[in-house]
Ligand binder design. Structure first.
Ligand code: AMP
Length: 217
């Protein structure tokens, strides 16, 4: 299975990817995670991406396309889920071209649907561990000790791109540049719309239902 996961920032893509990966044994390729890794390693790519990421803007297509097509070549062609990529129609077109070169294509797209107000609430309360990347929420997913990571005791931080004004910008960019991808994929293949307003377990059950039917066909 080669899958793409679409959805606004804060729709729960990361959480759902973890479930899908463990349930179906797929490789997980998150463009955001790869960029954050490049930043923490201080690479040229990480330095170039920094200002875009911190303001909530998209990193330019040519940088992302090269980074992700290289990453895809390293995962087993038989199964992976793309998380956060593609994010523009241009990226999707280039991805399709790159896959076609090796006789591959995307089998299905999962589209997590969520209201902007829900996203704003979720993201403003999100805190993450700068050391291990674990994610918490000040209301819904509290650490055992307030402000500290359960795994390594590190002080939890708010990602710069989770700050309210940046979230508003990310949502605007999502509607302008990423939402058109849903139609792109609807015209080119299978898209499963998933109601992502509910809690993570319910969303996960909806996704499993769709993917199980895909596996059977
Ligand atoms: P994420 O963790 O997926 O929310 O991504 C964090 C940030 O990384 C985004 O706000 C963008 O600045 C950048 N980013 C991640 N994926 C992409 C992409 N496919 N295209 C452009 N920028 C991206």
């Amino acid at each position: 299975m080669r899958l793409v996961l679409l959805g606004a920032p804060g729709a729960g893509k990361g959480t759902q990817c973890k479930n899908i990966v463990s349930q179906y044994g797929l490789g997980h390729l998150s463009s955001g995670d790869i960029l954050r890794q490049q930043r923490s390693q201080g690479t040229e790519l990480g330095k170039k991406a920094r200002s875009y990421m911190d303001s909530g803007a998209l990193v330019p297509d040519e940088i992302i396309i090269e980074m992700m097509t290289e990453a895809i070549e390293k995962v087993p062609a038989a199964g992976y889920i793309l998380d956060g990529f593609p994010r523009t129609v241009e990226q999707a077109v280039e991805l399709d071209k790159a896959l076609a070169c090796s006789g591959q294509e995307i089998d299905a797209v999962l589209n997590l649907k969520i209201e902007d107000a829900t996203v704003a609430k979720r993201m403003s309360g999100r805190r993450s561990c700068p050391q291990c990347g674990a994610v918490y929420h000040i209301e819904n997913l509290k650490p055992k000790v307030e402000g500290l990571c359960d795994n390594d005791g590190a002080e939890l931080v708010q990602r710069p791109d989770d700050k309210a004004e940046v979230v508003a910008n990310r949502l605007k960019i999502y509607h302008q540049q990423s939402e058109p991808l849903v139609d792109y994929y609807k015209n080119n293949g299978t898209v499963y719309d998933i109601d992502a307003e509910n809690d993570a377990d319910d969303v996960s059950a909806l996704i499993s239902e769709k993917l199980d039917s895909l596996v059977k066909t």
